[in-house]
Design a protein around this ligand. Structure first.
Ligand code: LMR
Length: 342
């Protein structure tokens, strides 16, 4: 081959290689990053609505570079499975209740389950939005999980097929709880038997009589149709139910920096939305529960509330080791809870 032909051939090959590279680059750019977000509640709940808002804003802010798929109502995974799926990278984002991190080995989150710890949303916010809340989320990193935000649901009511007014009414009841040692201790303090079940199984278990009662905010009671199988609800507001929105760390760290910033912004907007609508959604669903007429709704009298509070106060000392003494002190301080005068 003469020198000229050889040079032309080399140029052509270089041009082909460049074109192939450019095509590969274009194909790469067109391929969106898929983020699968699994959760266990209905779409029309604070978490369901916030997850949908996150999906919309994440796709808008990234200009379609991220495609978010939301799987509500345990359609993909149940309680425990979703945490395992997150660690394995089968899903990239979940928002389990704070009561579900114990089985993962991060038992400190169970502090949120302590009865009557928070006097309302303000007292709660001082924990979740402050350094204590951040430090708790950071404890997830060694598990391959990054904590992004706290989302509210609300304060829980007890339900059963018998009226629940005073602590003695709970005696002998089998009550479904989330997988939290603090919640188990809470039920035992009332003389009830705690039974851990996945959220998606609760209504069926109540219907079948496998358990007698449960504890939920109105939004979960209503959207899972528990009112059809529970004749009595008492609005005790004895404990909080909220979520930590978490992502797979490998996925999160590998995102291009600008995409991560856009998703962080979408999450901030979704968090704002969740925490704004949570109270309202629970109030709406409580009104629906009342209107359905299947369930008698009882608001505790001050004396009933005090009796329940007194019966549950010892739980705090019982679980001190589990959540950690230093953390407990910090949480009490931030929440404004005085253990000497509960
Ligand atoms: C429950 O299991 O009762 C709740 O954690 C469900 C949820 O995600 O609100």
């Amino acid at each position: 081959m003469d020198r000229l032909r050889a040079r032309n051939l080399a140029r052509s090959l270089a041009a082909i290689a460049l074109a192939a590279l450019a095509a590969a680059g274009r194909a790469g750019a067109a391929e969106p990053i898929v983020l699968r977000f699994s959760h266990v509640v209905a779409v029309n709940t604070p978490k369901g609505q916030a997850a949908d808002l996150f999906r919309r804003r994440a796709e808008e802010l990234t200009g379609g570079r991220v495609h978010v798929e939301v799987f509500p109502n345990s359609t993909l995974y149940k309680d425990r499975e979703e945490i395992e799926a997150l660690q394995l990278g089968s899903v990239q984002m979940i928002a389990p209740s704070l009561s579900k991190f114990g089985p993962l080995g991060v038992t400190e989150f169970e502090v949120f389950d302590l009865p009557y710890l928070f006097s309302g949303y303000e007292s709660l916010r001082r924990v979740t939005q402050g350094p204590v809340g951040r430090a708790l989320l950071d404890k997830l990193e060694p598990k391959g999980i990054v904590g992004l935000a706290y989302w509210d649901n609300g304060f829980k009511a007890f339900s059963a097929n018998r009226p629940l007014r005073v602590p003695a009414d709970f005696r002998g009841l089998r009550v479904r709880v989330q997988p939290s040692v603090v919640l188990e201790a809470q039920m035992r303090a009332l003389g009830a038997q705690p039974q851990i079940l996945a959220f998606s199984d609760v209504t069926a278990a109540l219907r079948a009589g496998v358990v007698d009662g449960a504890e939920n905010p109105a939004s979960n009671l209503w959207t899972q149709r528990m009112h059809e199988v529970q004749r009595h609800v008492t609005l005790t507001e004895h404990g909080y139910l909220g979520y930590a929105v978490v992502v797979n760390k490998r996925f999160w760290d590998a995102l291009p920096r600008d995409v991560r910033a856009q998703l962080t912004r979408a999450m901030a907007e979704a968090t704002e939305h969740a925490n704004r609508i949570a109270r309202e959604k629970n109030e709406e669903d409580l009104a629906r529960l009342r209107a359905a007429g299947t369930t008698e709704i009882h608001v505790p009298t001050p004396a009933e509330r005090l009796a329940l509070k007194r019966a549950l106060a010892p739980v705090h000392a019982q679980v001190e080791e589990r959540v950690g003494r230093a953390l407990l002190k910090d949480v009490y301080r931030a929440a404004g809870y005085d253990p000497d005068h509960p």
